[in-house]
Design a protein around this ligand. Structure first.
Ligand SMILES: Cc1cc2nc3c(=O)[nH]c(=O)nc-3n(C[C@H](O)[C@H](O)[C@H](O)COP(=O)(O)OP(=O)(O)OC[C@H]3O[C@@H](n4cnc5c(N)ncnc54)[C@H](O)[C@@H]3O)c2cc1C
Length: 154
């Protein structure tokens, strides 16, 4: 059989944005949990949501999640339109969304403090789950390679 490698690569192009979509979901769940916690938890007489050191981290995460969501939408729309050469847009969607999800979960844990590491906590679960997507369907380094090669393709 010939052409199998190309079919496999095109299949990955189709699935990578869906990994990105799952990562956006994890990132949003982490941000939602952090916002709720920061609104309720008081430290030194006021809620964490009054501390810019906390809220500005969450602002950055929110911005990155929105950018990741748009990259996933863009890759999915390109698929729906039947466009070919989806490698770079699919790689961007997966790379940015999965790296963003890792950041979002890390920041959410920081905002929660030690309680996020208790067994059974949502963030304890997400901390574990968010790691795999940066490896499977092509590690982040591989996504960067795909994007870089697309820059020099003639
Ligand atoms: C939760 C989970 C679910 C999985 N599900 C499936 C599945 O359903 N089906 C399936 O077939 N496989 C599955 N895998 C396997 C997954 O596809 C591989 O783990 C992945 O392709 C990386 O291969 P590897 O683990 O052998 O690491 P290696 O290929 O040994 O790579 C190790 C590391 O080297 C670096 N690296 C590798 N290649 C490059 C490169 N070209 N440039 C720069 N750096 C590089 C990266 O940092 C990478 O993480 C799953 C993995 C996980 C974690």
């Amino acid at each position: 059989m010939s052409g199998g490698f190309g079919i496999a690569m095109r299949t990955l192009d189709l699935f990578r944005p869906s990994v990105g979509a799952a990562a956006v979901g994890m990132a949003q769940a982490a941000l939602d949990a952090a916002v709720t916690h920061a609104s309720q938890r008081e430290a030194f007489g006021r809620p964490l949501s009054m501390l810019q050191g906390v809220t500005h981290q969450l602002a950055d995460v929110a911005m990155r999640i929105q950018a990741a969501r748009l990259l996933v939408h863009s890759a999915a729309a390109a698929q729906d339109q039947g466009l070919t050469r989806l490698g770079a847009v699919a790689a961007m969607a997966k790379l940015f969304a999965t790296e963003t999800a890792a950041l979002a979960v890390d920041v959410a844990i920081q905002v929660h403090g030690a309680r996020a590491l208790e067994q059974g906590h949502l963030l304890e679960h997400l901390y574990r789950e968010v790691r795999g997507p940066r490896i499977y369907e092509g590690a982040s380094e591989v996504q960067r390679e795909i994007i870089a090669r697309s820059l020099f393709r003639t």
